[in-house]
Design a protein around this ligand. Structure first.
Ligand SMILES: C[S@@+](CC[C@H](N)C(=O)[O-])C[C@H]1O[C@@H](n2cnc3c(N)ncnc32)[C@H](O)[C@@H]1O
Length: 248
């Protein structure tokens, strides 16, 4: 029943796996999982720099990142690696990611081949602990200070079930024109519910509807230079006391 909604390896969603320099493509959403030029550099630029990380977790005992769209796990690996490189031993990271169409371990390994050396140790660990592709919450202790919660479900169904405070959002759910479900009012409402003053977000898209939706729920959003050939992207900070429209 439920499982048929989660499209994994044998899904109807056809992916051009080795097209475009190895960057996976979703034919269904007519979009790429990450930049065909350099997915790693894009992830660092859009999601780490866009959220002012690692500065954001400096001096914090616990730091929580939440992501819409786990995909290949590239963003998770980028954040986890940077955390290990910059955080002090007593700091802890919780990374939550929601994914409706989980890839399986073979697909993840294949798509992340270009960065096998960069993520040496990290990628193997992820592949080893990656949960069975069954619906629901999967919590994985990556090591003593990094925890990964994978929620295999539609973002609109998953978000209301999540509680806690998120410090940084990676909004990465394919472009809004082909995947409006990822950018619904319900999603924006829950992003705000899980945020606290000062929570940051970033996303590759600068679509007006996304900026307005985020602004309406209390984020001060800013259009900024996108990665590579992308002209713009969006960053934001939660300032619920200033709900006055875009750019506060
Ligand atoms: C651009 S890709 C994410 C790339 C990913 N962050 C990475 O590091 O590889 C967008 C992801 O959103 C997922 N997705 C699309 N619609 C969704 C929905 N309604 N709910 C949850 N996940 C969804 C897709 O399956 C895909 O994995």
């Amino acid at each position: 029943m439920f499982g048929t909604r989660l499209l994994g390896r044998n899904s109807q969603e056809k992916r051009a796996r080795d097209g475009q320099k190895g960057a996976p493509v979703s034919a269904h959403f007519d979009d790429v999982y990450f930049s065909v030029d350099d997915g790693l550099a894009e992830s660092e630029y859009v999601f780490l720099d866009g959220n002012r990380l690692p500065r954001g977790w400096q001096g914090r005992d616990y730091f929580t990142i939440a992501e819409t769209g786990f995909g290949t796990g590239l963003n998770f690996l980028v954040a986890w690696k940077r955390f290990e490189e910059t955080a002090t031993p007593d700091q802890k990271l919780h990374f939550i990611s929601i994914e409706k169409f989980p890839l399986d371990v073979e697909e993840i390994e294949l798509h992340l081949q270009p960065w096998k050396e960069v993520f040496e140790g990290y990628l193997n660990k992820l592949l080893k602990v990656y949960p069975f592709v069954t619906p629901g919450f999967h919590r994985v202790m990556i090591n003593k200070r990094v925890m990964l919660t994978l929620v295999f479900d539609d973002v609109n169904a998953a978000m209301p079930q999540i509680s806690g405070d998120v410090d940084a959002w990676f909004l990465d759910g394919f472009k809004p024109s082909t995947n409006p479900d990822m950018w619904s009012d319900e999603v924006f409402k829950n992003v705000a519910r899980l945020s606290k003053p000062g929570t940051r977000l970033s996303t590759f898209t600068a679509a007006g509807g996304v900026r307005r939706g985020l602004s309406d729920v209390g984020f001060t959003v800013e259009k900024t230079k996108g990665y590579g050939r992308k002209r713009d992207m969006t960053i934001g900070v939660f300032k619920p006391e200033e709900i006055t429209g875009e750019n506060g």
